[in-house]
Design a protein around this ligand. Structure first.
Ligand SMILES: Cc1cc2nc3c(=O)[nH]c(=O)nc-3n(C[C@H](O)[C@H](O)[C@H](O)COP(=O)(O)O)c2cc1C
Length: 489
């Protein structure tokens, strides 16, 4: 893989990071000292600053060297740093790595999580580095981007020589050699900090799965972790939700599939739609509907919550059995619950964000399905609020639900057996449990609504459990519906 060094080096001198406003954002300083970020019609207030700071940060449209104002102790220029960090929290900055302010961009870092701040891992020259098995390069419009579901940022690769360096990193490479060949210690430090590269143990087989991360990461396949991180909220900066991006480009599909040709077997004569003939199950299925507005005056009670959890999610039986692999494999524990689950995995856990519940304090709880108990988890009040407001927003509701159930998966429980098909099985289990919750809520005269996307980063912050170990895969809003909502059905 070694080519003439002159072809590979990424330029002369060391590279620096420059913070830059993302495209279409500009800064406006008012006479009052208030600095605003302007994004089309939208204005984001950033606070009051001295005229010198307001003038200086205008340089952000081209690039402001991070080293100039953000020292390790944060003392270099606290006002500029405060403003830049505020812009970063609003997702209005990107970071360019270049040899000078006027020089070409080598890499542009696009943050994917709200609290991203570029950090360079301190690497020893004896370190051996390797590309993460979750990292990938792809074309995005006319750009080449380096991404990973583990990374809090995306790297836009502007210098093709970096592609060569990444190709070398498919096998372990000594740091010294890399710096010698490519002259980019800053980039290597940034990539290690973002888990795109990792320091391998030279004494072990660096390319084996177990060389990277913890045991739980070993259980993930590339496509599953990417699917989880990109199809939920919290770990990427892509637009999300019902945005109708193809309006005017592609016509919407019809609600009902166009008929197949051929002679039909008419089933209508067998259907008995009269209510009296309907079984309780049919009635329950017909009654079920989504409820998004809840009655503030009459919150759900703890007794009702207990009954709902008992009937839908409580462990009903436990047993152990040998793995059926023909070799008398290890013993696996099982804990059956009221709904079906792929491979009897029962990997789903319920976490309750309680807004209003008679007999139960506002807070965050785990449902211990074996003991039929709620265990409080201490969380920051703004995080609890953000989770409830997220559900309110997703439902377009006037207020948060009385209780928001987050369905989390212990991924490893399924992946240990099913590997490549694990994540899709988990999502199917979520569907099954969601309908179980809907039906029980309906039966109890309560209301509920499935919520399509959960913020996996917020959930990880609240539980302190890493997103790849146990993560949010579904949500269900619960409570006593308002009478207007009930009347509509
Ligand atoms: C997987 C799934 C995700 C959903 N996500 C949302 C959501 O994010 N917000 C919302 O208001 N409703 C959501 N719903 C509810 C649907 O909008 C609702 O089921 C559908 O409109 C049919 O109405 P019904 O449930 O009253 O019969 C979701 C339903 C499912 C099954």
């Amino acid at each position: 893989m070694r080519a003439a060094r002159t072809h590979r080096r990424l330029g002369t001198g060391s590279a620096s990071l420059f913070a830059r406003l993302v495209r279409q954002v500009s800064l406006e300083a008012r006479s009052s000292g208030e600095v605003m970020a302007c994004l089309g019609q939208e204005h984001v207030p950033l606070g009051r600053f001295s005229p010198a700071t307001a003038a200086r940060v205008q340089e952000l449209s081209v690039g402001l060297a991070l080293g100039e104002f953000a020292s390790a102790t944060g003392e270099a220029n606290p006002e500029i740093e405060a403003l830049v960090r505020r812009l970063a929290r609003h997702g209005l900055l990107e970071y360019r790595l270049a040899r000078s302010l006027e020089g070409e961009d080598e890499v542009v870092i696009e943050p994917q999580v709200p609290d991203y701040w570029p950090r360079t891992a301190q690497l020893d020259r004896r370190e051996v580095l390797l590309l993460s098995r979750f990292a990938y390069l792809r074309r995005r419009a006319d750009q080449l981007v380096l991404e990973s579901p583990l990374a809090p940022a995306l790297f836009r690769i502007c210098d093709p020589k970096i592609g060569t360096m990444l190709a070398c990193l498919r096998s372990p490479q000594g740091m010294e050699q890399l710096v010698d060949d490519f002259s980019c210690p800053e980039l290597l430090g940034l990539l290690v900090d973002s888990h795109v590269l990792f320091a391998a143990d030279p004494a072990r087989d660096g390319t084996s799965r177990s060389a990277e991360g913890d045991e739980q990461l070993v259980l993930w396949d590339f496509h599953d972790l990417l699917f989880h991180a990109r199809s939920t909220e919290g770990r990427h900066a892509n637009p999300l939700g019902g945005r109708y991006p193809y309006t005017g480009v592609i016509a919407p599909l019809p609600a009902v599939r166009p008929r197949w040709p051929g002679r039909k077997v008419d089933l209508r004569k067998f259907s008995r739609r009269d209510a009296e003939a309907a079984s309780p199950t049919v009635k329950l299925l017909r009654e079920r509907h989504s409820t998004r507005s809840f009655d503030h005056q009459r919150p759900i009670t703890l007794e009702e919550l207990s009954r709902l959890l008992d009937s839908t999610a409580r462990v009903q039986a436990k047993w152990r059995s040998h793995v059926d692999d023909g070799s008398g494999g290890p013993v696996v524990e099982y804990a059956a619950r009221p709904y079906p689950s792929a491979g009897a995995s029962y990997e789903l856990e319920l976490y309750l964000a309680v807004h209003e519940c008679e007999g139960l304090g506002r807070g965050f709880y785990h449902y211990d399905a074996a003991r039929h108990a709620l265990v409080p988890i201490s969380v920051r009040p703004p995080d609890l609020e953000a989770m409830l407001v997220g559900a309110e927003f997703a439902m377009g509701a006037p207020a948060p639900p009385q209780v928001l159930i987050t369905i989390a998966a212990r991924f490893g429980r399924v992946a240990w057996k099913y590997s490549a098909v694990a994540y899709q099985l988990i999502l199917k289990d979520v569907g099954v449990l969601t309908q179980t919750l809907y039906l029980m809520a309906t039966d109890m005269g309560l209301g509920g609504c499935a919520i399509g996307s959960a913020n996996i980063d917020l959930f990880a912050k609240m539980t302190g459990v890493e997103f790849h170990v146990e993560g949010a895969v579904g949500q269900f809003a619960l409570g006593r519906g308002t009478s207007t909502e009930a009347d509509e059905h």
